[in-house]
Design a protein around this ligand. Structure first.
Ligand code: IMP
Length: 199
């Protein structure tokens, strides 16, 4: 069995420094601790709203996996989990509103209290499609929690029940959000250096 030396351990601990800025990040917009604090507040609100009920959390892959995992551990109401994966046609940084379901739910949501968990609502087109699709399955209730939104970009009105932070109209990465599948594991939300888009 490989032995972990003290030096390895020190390096690893340093690597996990919560706001240690990745070299490709231009600016940290929302620090890790601010995200966790907001998730604790939203979870307390959800706990109150759903007292005595069981919630089915539906995460929209891939971006929502981090926020869903963290929030689930702050919530105290009984939970079940399911995931959907969708792909939105469009350019690398803009969606078109044409959505394809890559992975559907495993659980029948008819009669269930469903809370959809999203990483970001940008134009709102993806969620607009998903909501119509999920409503047709007749859940008892259907609400939305999103960590981020870009209010200036909204092209359709989405009834967001639980909202983390509004961000300006810039492309952001971290805390589940990617650029070309990178940066999802950063514990904060930030913007990328311009050189990264050009390379
Ligand atoms: P919408 O349909 O325009 O609301 O965008 C939905 C999806 O686009 C989100 O769930 C993200 O996966 C992706 N997206 C939108 N804005 C950003 C961003 O700033 N960074 C990373 N992904 C984004």
């Amino acid at each position: 069995m490989a032995r972990v030396t003290c030096r390895d351990h020190r390096q690893r601990v340093r690597g996990f420094g919560v706001d240690r800025k990745h070299d490709d990040i231009e600016q940290v917009l929302i620090p890790a601790e601010a995200i966790q604090q907001r998730l604790r507040e939203l979870s307390a609100e959800i706990d109150r709203d759903y007292a005595g009920r069981k919630v089915l959390l539906v995460g929209v892959l891939k971006g929502a996996f981090i926020v869903m995992a963290d929030m689930a551990r702050y919530l105290t109401v009984p939970l079940e989990f399911d995931f959907m994966a969708v792909s939105s046609y469009g350019s690398a940084t803009q969606t078109s509103g044409v959505v394809r379901i890559l992975k559907d739910l495993d659980i029948d949501i008819a009669g269930r209290d469903v809370l959809v968990v999203e990483d970001i609502v940008d134009s709102g087109l993806t969620l607009n499609y998903l909501l119509r699709n999920l409503r047709a399955r007749q859940p008892a209730s259907l609400e939305i929690m999103t960590l981020l939104s870009k209010p200036d970009q909204a092209r359709v009105e989405i009834p967001i029940r639980y909202h983390g932070f509004a961000v300006p109209n810039v492309f952001v990465v971290g805390y589940g959000l990617d650029y070309a599948e990178n940066y999802r594991n950063l514990p904060y939300v930030g913007t990328l250096r311009e050189e990264v888009y050009r390379s």
